[in-house]
Ligand binder design. Structure first.
Ligand SMILES: Nc1ncnc2c1ncn2[C@@H]1O[C@H](COP(=O)(O)OP(=O)(O)O)[C@@H](O)[C@H]1O
Ligand SMILES: O=P(O)(O)O[C@H]1O[C@H](CO)[C@@H](O[C@H]2O[C@H](CO)[C@@H](O)[C@H](O)[C@H]2O)[C@H](O)[C@H]1O
Length: 507
């Protein structure tokens, strides 16, 4: 391509991205008025051997907003070709003209194979550093098969050769992504509770940005969310027929329905009740082991990354940060207004805690929920250490109390229970009581497992204001997250705030 032709293409690509970017699930700027998207960098990647191999380009697209706030950078790996490769199926086409088509590189096995090959060989290109993180890693080359993971997620992942997962970070921060950072720390600690880290792609600077990670793919490992929904759908809910497989709840979650086997159909009520209670006993055991696994990961992160007392100034800062997040959420979601006063009080209570009771801060997962834990044959694995996607990177990399992760899991058990009930059960009834009791049992077992492994009971009376505030802070975040991404689900965390505050008004 000649220089003027390149300029024309860059302008055309920017115009196409301005339309395409905001329609993507992973575009985090949905709450902001987009002005335009510019092409910040084009980082080509290609196979050195054999010559004439496929060509790809990692485009860094910069989204500019009309609200005067900072722009956001997004990674868009693209294939550039004269025609769509047959092996890519029907990829998203971002731009095209008579001679050239620009399409989603992650749908093209040749291009993903190329990225994996560059990682395995530890190559450097203009603007990109490919690194093998695990010396023994030898991915087959060329990769025989690859497929986009095809789940709802904040980034984009590709399963390579059925054994590896290439996770492409969409939102690029100025520093290293905590997902890679914490994976590395846990690798050093020899953790048994994370998938093995195999490789990474980063920018040329010492500290990121992080473009991608390559990790072991835990095939057929259901998530905690899958297992929770399966157990919940087996529960005999008064006044309800047992839900058909995959049928209960809202509008289709990330893994909603996967592995759900339904309940009483085809059996007697007695045998169904028996099966439900056996499943529940197993579920309690799993929740206990999950608590144990989370405690182990916290111990490992503290051992490698250090820890320090939260202290009185830390408590005051935390209360302030929670209040600030509430202020932002109140602006975006007026339905939070009835809870404002009680929420402010709950956050202020954190500032008034005795520092000794608050414990220490360290690196934590930061967005722990049932969708972030996989039940592999050997035990629970924690994934996605990126933190809450909406928070600034500096905040996501900061030390925090491990109680925050515990609160995320407690919220998630409750989230699952109410998800299965569905929006129709906004007013608590007998079915609600059964689901609520299930959530409490799982939460109790999780905390027991955590306490047994860490000798710290997250439910201790002295720590109660912290645990309560973290659960409320998470629920406020969820209301905002759902309002922006899955508005049909917003009722769930909204109701939870009422329950947690003890002011459930049946709204
Ligand atoms: N190592 C892995 N093995 C198997 N499945 C995985 C693995 N990592 C992630 N997944 C699946 O991919 C989904 C999205 O991964 P995640 O890291 O949470 O991405 P995101 O940050 O985009 O939300 C998970 O919910 C899980 O179903
Ligand atoms: O994309 P991430 O997994 O990093 O996290 C975001 O999306 C999650 C939903 O996919 C969201 O989690 C909420 O919904 C889950 C069920 O789909 C539930 O298990 C969680 O408890 C609930 O918070 C998460 O908050 C958000 O950051």
């Amino acid at each position: 391509m000649t220089a003027p032709a390149r300029v024309t293409w860059s302008a055309r690509l920017a115009a196409s991205l301005t339309v395409w970017l905001p329609t993507q699930r992973w575009f985090a700027g949905k709450g902001r008025p987009l002005r335009h998207v510019g092409v910040e960098h084009c980082l080509p990647f290609r196979e050195a051997r054999p010559p004439g191999g496929p060509e790809g380009v990692i485009v860094v697209a910069r989204a500019h907003f009309a609200d005067g706030g900072p722009p956001e950078d997004y990674q868009v790996p693209l294939g550039v070709s004269s025609r769509l490769p047959a092996a890519a199926g029907t990829p998203a086409v971002v731009a095209r003209d008579r001679d050239t088509v620009v399409y989603d590189a992650l749908a093209d096995p040749e291009l993903t194979s190329c990225l994996v090959g560059l990682i395995a060989r530890g190559t450097r290109t203009d603007g990109l550093r490919f690194r093998a993180e695990s010396p023994g890693m030898r991915p087959p080359h060329p990769v025989p098969s690859s497929r986009p993971l095809g789940v709802e997620q904040s980034n984009s992942s590709v399963v390579v050769d059925g054994r590896y997962l290439l996770k492409v970070f969409r939102r690029l921060g100025p520093g290293r992504n905590p997902d890679l950072e914490l994976h590395r720390m846990l690798h050093v600690a020899g953790s048994a509770h994370v998938p093995r880290l195999l490789g990474s792609i980063e920018g040329p600077a010492a500290d990121g940005p992080t473009y991608a990670t390559l990790q072991e793919y835990a095939e057929d490992a259901p998530s905690g969310w899958d297992l929770a929904l399966r157990d919940l759908r087996r529960l005999p809910l008064p006044g309800r027929a047992a839900a058909p497989a995959g049928g209960a709840g809202g509008s289709g979650g990330r893994t909603d329905g996967a592995g759900a086997t339904g309940g009483t159909r085809g059996g007697t009520a007695a045998s169904a009740a028996e099966a439900a209670s056996t499943a529940e006993a197993a579920g309690v055991g799993e929740a206990w082991r999950l608590g144990e696994a989370v405690a182990a990961v916290h111990r490992e992160l503290a051992a490698v990354g250090g820890s320090r007392p939260l202290g009185r100034p830390g408590l005051a800062r935390l209360a302030g940060a929670m209040t600030n997040r509430l202020d932002l959420a109140l602006e975006a979601v007026p339905r939070l207004a009835p809870y404002e006063k009680a929420l402010r009080e709950a956050f202020a209570a954190v500032a008034g805690m005795e520092p000794e009771a608050a414990g220490r801060v360290q690196r934590v997962h930061g967005d722990l929920h049932l969708g972030q834990v996989l039940r592999a044959p050997d035990g629970w694995l924690l994934i996605d250490f990126e933190g809450e996607p909406a928070r600034p990177l500096t905040e996501r990399r900061a030390m925090a109390s491990p109680v925050r992760d515990v609160a995320g899991m407690l919220r998630s058990f409750s989230y699952a229970a109410y998800h299965v009930l569905g929006a129709a059960d906004r007013v608590p009834g007998p079915a609600g009581a059964v689901a609520e009791a299930w959530a409490r049992r799982m939460q109790g077992a999780f905390c027991d497992g955590y306490a047994a492994a860490s000798r710290v009971d997250p439910r201790s009376r002295a720590r109660a204001p912290l645990l309560a505030a973290y659960q409320l802070d998470k629920a406020v975040y969820e209301v905002l997250y759902e309002t922006r991404n899955r508005p049909d689900w917003a009722w769930n965390p909204l109701r939870a705030i009422g329950r947690l505050l003890g002011t459930d008004s049946g709204q």
